[in-house]
Design a protein around this ligand. Structure first.
Ligand code: BES
Ligand code: ZN
Length: 646
């Protein structure tokens, strides 16, 4: 089945009726030009069409990439070449269009029989996050399969790379480099078809200064190389947003037969302890969802400026050091990135409209893995925290952004990251589970991952498969109107199932007693609570609170000194909203030392709500900004410098 079929997917009634037609329709080349030029945002959105690429993916497909790059820390550039093995899949056009963003292209050659022949090319006008099309003129009558060599370098401001000075690392001795390609930043460091519906295998030779290590999400020798030359081989085809590179002072420790941790020497021991359960998680995932198809599963702990909790780069998830809590309380993020080995990396969203197929499924899988490894008590606490977060998000997002099948035409696909694809997506699957039973849903998911493995699919393809392979076996169990509402309409459907947690019900009782003045802060069983209970206690405190209660909590629970990054975040949000001055020095240290977007953006947003807070936000941001990733500053420049509320 081709992921590039065309279907006018009505966002409302009627879409489901079209689904079976959609699943069997052959690929029809589009008459409209590729990229956003053809995007009339008032026209019905076309299922499976990627509006965030310039490349003519219906005519050509990159099948294999061979990189040879030198990492130049002084110039903050990757310099070298990309060889693309390309197949013509339709038509006879003589122009191949690739995605680039701020690349300095030095030349394009046609490689045949070991010799190169220069081709003419041009780079079009830049279009913000989409970058610019690189149009290459092919020779007349080219072969169906051919290889192009593109000599290029990246620029220091490449949106998908962060060049970190030694001061931004744990060791403070050597610089560090890492990539973040999702959603459409791969084009800022490799010229390619930057669309999640194109998959390629790759090989790479990466040259780093002696003493440093290069890493990619691919097969490689974990031993350090003496000459600074590292080689990688990726036999499984991956979409471009999963292409990943890192370089720095990095050690390795195995934590299991197929699992290990890469990190700076200063944090490698604590990382190996924190993530010691990774092998168990991998086994649980394979048990539940089918064989693990990627060989090894390692983690790379990045410097604190990494803007995400984790990124599911195949074989090598990138992870924030803010998970290093000392008690494995935040390893749900590892379960999440690992779960992407099935949902996302094996079965991939065809376009960014279908992003919830990656993330909603992954949150569901993450929950199942956490349940298997740590038990239902912890998993249901995490589910309730997720549900509450979703409720808040639904209250604040515009209706159009509350839809699972979101229309991101004309926008940066990174804007689609909210609790909607993650938590609403997960609660959709929980609802399905309640309708057909957990065993049936799990069997369905295993079949789904096997059936669509190494393919990219649209929401309509998912729905057609769901219809044929699950709903048909359970007639009447899943009302079509309810299904329709979950996927194509805003809000949290009334059929959503609120997770129950007896443990957290006890926390509610303790909180109520404290607020009523019947329990001293020092008498709260806080010390015995898990991180999830603490978060639930803090997240649900009323707003505003009397200063005396804040003082009492801070004194008894030592909240301002809290080292757990999530608990500290929750407390600092409370401090800002209550203008609680004793927390200001800690707030400043927190914001200057952490770059994880989820933990810093809401704090800046809350600060911006009052004039005094805004002044504090600007002062802290001036200090912190040089250490943040371009993805974080893109958001924060708008919030703090331009004073825009989201
Ligand atoms: N794939 C995402 C990160 C991402 C999404 C990067 C969209 C760029 C664009 C990753 O798997 C993720 O979801 N990370 C979460 C962790 C989580 C929900 C446990 C994060 O970083 O907070
Ligand atoms: Zn994810």
């Amino acid at each position: 089945m081709s992921p590039t079929h065309r279907l006018a997917a009505g966002a409302a009634a009627g879409a489901l009726a079209l689904l079976s037609a959609c699943a069997t329709q052959p690929a029809v080349p589009s008459a409209a030009p590729p990229g956003i030029q053809g995007a009339d945002t008032r026209a019905p959105i076309e299922s499976g069409r990627d509006y965030h690429t310039f490349s003519n993916v219906d005519e050509f497909r990159v099948r294999h990439l061979a990189l040879d790059l030198r990492v130049d820390f002084d110039a903050q550039r990757l310099i070298g070449r990309a060889d693309l093995a390309i197949e013509r899949v339709a038509g006879d056009r003589r122009t191949l269009v690739l995605d680039t963003r701020g690349l300095d292209v030095r030349g394009v050659e046609w490689l045949a029989a070991g010799t190169g022949r220069a081709l003419s090319y041009s780079v079009g006008a830049g279009q913000g996050p989409l970058g610019a099309p690189l149009s290459i003129s092919l020779p007349p009558d080219p072969d169906r399969n051919f290889v192009l060599r593109i000599a290029y370098s990246t620029r220091p401001e490449a949106s998908g790379l962060q060049w970190i000075a030694p001061a931004g690392t744990a060791g403070r001795q050597q610089p560090f480099l890492y990539s973040q390609s999702q959603s459409i930043h791969a084009r800022s460091w490799v010229p390619l078809q930057d669309s999640p519906q194109v998959r390629m295998t790759f090989d790479a030779t990466i040259r780093v200064p002696p003493g440093l290590r290069a890493l990619m999400g691919a097969e490689h020798d974990p031993a350090p190389s003496a000459d600074g030359v590292y080689r990688f081989h990726m036999p499984q085809p991956i979409p471009s947003y999963l292409l990943a590179i890192a370089a720095g002072r990095i050690d390795f420790r195995a934590v299991g037969p197929r699992t290990g941790v890469y990190a700076e020497p200063e944090v490698i021991e604590s990382a190996a302890r924190e993530f010691a359960d990774t092998e168990k998680m991998l086994e649980a995932g394979a048990q539940l969802f089918g064989p693990y198809r990627w060989g090894r599963y390692d983690l790379l702990v990045l410097p604190p400026s990494f803007p995400f909790g984790g990124m599911e780069n195949p074989r090598l998830s990138f992870i924030t050091p803010t998970l290093l809590a000392g008690d494995r309380s935040l390893v749900g993020v590892v379960a999440h990135e690992l779960a992407h080995s099935w949902s996302g990396n094996l079965v991939t969203n065809a376009t960014w409209r279908d992003f919830w197929l990656n993330e909603g499924f992954t949150v569901y899988l993450e929950h199942r893995i956490m349940e298997a490894v740590y038990g239902p008590r912890r998993a249901s606490m995490e589910a309730l925290l997720g549900y509450q977060s979703l409720e808040k998000e639904v209250a604040s997002l515009p209706a159009a952004d509350q839809v699972l099948a979101i229309d991101l035409r004309g926008r940066d696909p990174d804007d689609g990251m909210s609790d909607i694809p993650y938590e609403k997506g997960r609660f959709f699957l929980n609802w399905l589970e309640s309708r057909v039973g957990a065993p049936a849903l799990h069997d369905f998911l295993r079949d789904y991952f096997a059936h669509f493995s190494f393919q990219s699919i649209s929401v309509e393809q998912f729905l057609a498969y769901l219809d044929a392979r699950l709903l048909a076996q359970h007639p009447g169990a899943v009302p079509p109107a309810a299904l329709q509402e979950w996927i194509f309409e805003p809000g949290l459907p009334a059929t959503a199932i609120r997770p129950q947690s007896d443990v957290l019900a006890k926390v509610d009782a303790e909180r109520a007693a404290f607020l009523a003045g019947n329990r001293a802060a020092s008498a709260l069983p806080y010390a015995a609570w898990s991180t999830q209970e603490r978060l639930y206690f803090l997240n649900n405190l009323p707003q505003p609170m009397p200063r005396a209660q804040l003082d009492a909590l801070d004194a008894a629970l030592r909240l301002t000194d809290e080292a757990n990054s999530e608990v500290a975040f929750s407390w600092l949000s409370i401090a800002i909203r209550n203008d609680y001055a004793p927390a200001w020095p800690r707030l400043e240290r927190y914001l200057v030392s952490i770059g994880r977007r989820k933990l810093i953006v809401p704090l800046y947003e809350d600060l911006m709500k009052t004039p005094a807070g805004a002044a504090r936000a600007r002062a802290i941001y001036a200090q912190a900004r040089p250490g943040y990733h371009p993805i974080a500053t893109a958001t924060l420049d708008k919030t703090v410098l331009e004073g825009k509320t989201p």
